[in-house]
Ligand binder design. Structure first.
Ligand SMILES: *Cc1c(COP(=O)(O)O)cnc(C)c1O
Length: 351
């Protein structure tokens, strides 16, 4: 059985978190002399001289309304990468514990493990880019604390079978992290409605992709209240700055505009895939539930260099295991996608 206190690191269990001025006094006051701010103001807007809300209540309420998840089940990080790092610091003892990743997948899980001195166990996806459940079961030992599943997966673009993720959630005594950075582009259902079902589930989402706010650095983690409390204990007190909180709140008013873009991107994705497949230098386009496609090409290095010369940058993933020959292409505007097709049409495989 999953038990949060069993897997929490001892130093985190007993940690007294930093208590900020904004934690110690909440409420209305005329004269704030508790945080060593500049009482005269800021060279920008008036409120920038004050420290921001450490727990981002207003922004979380807004997200709660959109996602249908209570605010107490939401953590906001400086990008979802901050949530990934906090997972390691909360649950993994450096030099002792390990985590499972399922390559080819998002690179930050491994980098963050290395930064925190946590061993990685790799259980490659199957040739169809699905979970190898038997391999994962064999890899799990008593020190395995986290399993990272990215769905839709980066860089392959496909969704991971829901029932396989459910099998892991039901049987693994550590935490299953489901990274849904690309969920808005997917036909698959999100896992954020399953938090009451699975105490060991952490779902990551972000405002960086579909929401078009990569520069603001706002990532979301959805989990049980107990896990969210652990996250809040560990995070830097003011991890989301005031400008990002205000701008994100404003941006979240525009659900309709974003949904329009998502529909357009999905339409462009299918159109671009069909056009690319007609080209001689492209042999296969993997089915995608994301805002990018993985394309199997005849000569990835040369095509990459050729495109750079034309002012078009894609991502060379050909050195990634199971992605040999592949370029990852983000869906652009119709004009950008046409420019890509034109450039690749003129690519001569043999010259
Ligand atoms: C882009 C991406 C993220 C990064 O999100 P930030 O919120 O910008 O840090 C997380 N996971 C995956 C799989 C991504 O591709």
């Amino acid at each position: 059985m999953f038990n949060l206190t069993n897997i929490l690191r001892e130093n985190i269990k007993t940690l007294t978190p930093y208590s900020s001025a904004r934690d110690e006094f909440k409420g209305e006051a005329q004269v704030l002399l508790d945080a060593n701010e500049n009482a005269f103001g800021s060279p920008l807007d008036k409120n920038y001289n004050r420290y921001p809300d450490p727990l981002q209540h207003e922004l979380k309420l807004k997200i709660s309304g959109i996602k249908g998840v209570p605010a107490r089940n939401i953590f906001l990080g400086n990008g979802s990468d901050e949530a990934i790092d906090i997972l390691y610091r909360a649950f993994c003892r450096p030099g002792i514990d390990n985590v499972i990743i399922v390559p080819p997948t998002y690179g930050m899980y491994e980098v963050s493990a290395n930064i925190n001195d946590i061993a990685i166990k790799r259980v490659n996806l199957t040739p169809g880019f699905q979970l190898n459940l038997e391999g994962i079961a064999e890899a799990i030992d008593t020190n395995t604390k986290l399993i990272f599943i990215c769905s839709p997966n980066n860089p392959t673009g496909n969704s991971i079978n829901r029932s396989d993720i459910e099998t892991l959630l039901a049987n693994f005594n550590g935490i299953v992290v489901v990274d849904e950075a690309y969920i808005n582009f997917s036909r698959q259902k999100t896992f954020i409605q399953e938090l009451t079902e699975y105490a060991n589930l952490v779902v990551l989402q972000t405002l960086s992709k579909a929401w078009g706010l990569a520069a603001l650095r706002v990532g979301m983690a959805f989990a049980s209240e107990e896990i969210i409390e652990v996250f809040n204990k560990i995070k830097p007190p003011y991890n989301i700055n005031q400008a990002s909180q205000e701008l994100a709140l404003k941006a979240l008013e525009n659900v309709e505009q974003v949904n329009g873009w998502i529909r357009e991107i999905v339409g462009e994705r299918d159109k671009l895939s069909a056009q690319l497949l007609k080209l001689e230098c492209i042999s296969y386009i993997y089915p995608s539930d994301a805002n990018f496609i993985l394309a199997q090409t005849s000569d990835p290095k040369r095509i990459y260099g050729y495109l750079v010369d034309k002012g078009i940058v894609v991502r060379d993933r050909s050195k990634v295991e199971l992605c040999e020959g592949c370029l990852r292409i983000t869906i652009g505007t119709p004009t950008e996608n046409t420019a890509l097709i034109h450039a690749l049409t003129a690519f001569k495989g043999n010259s």
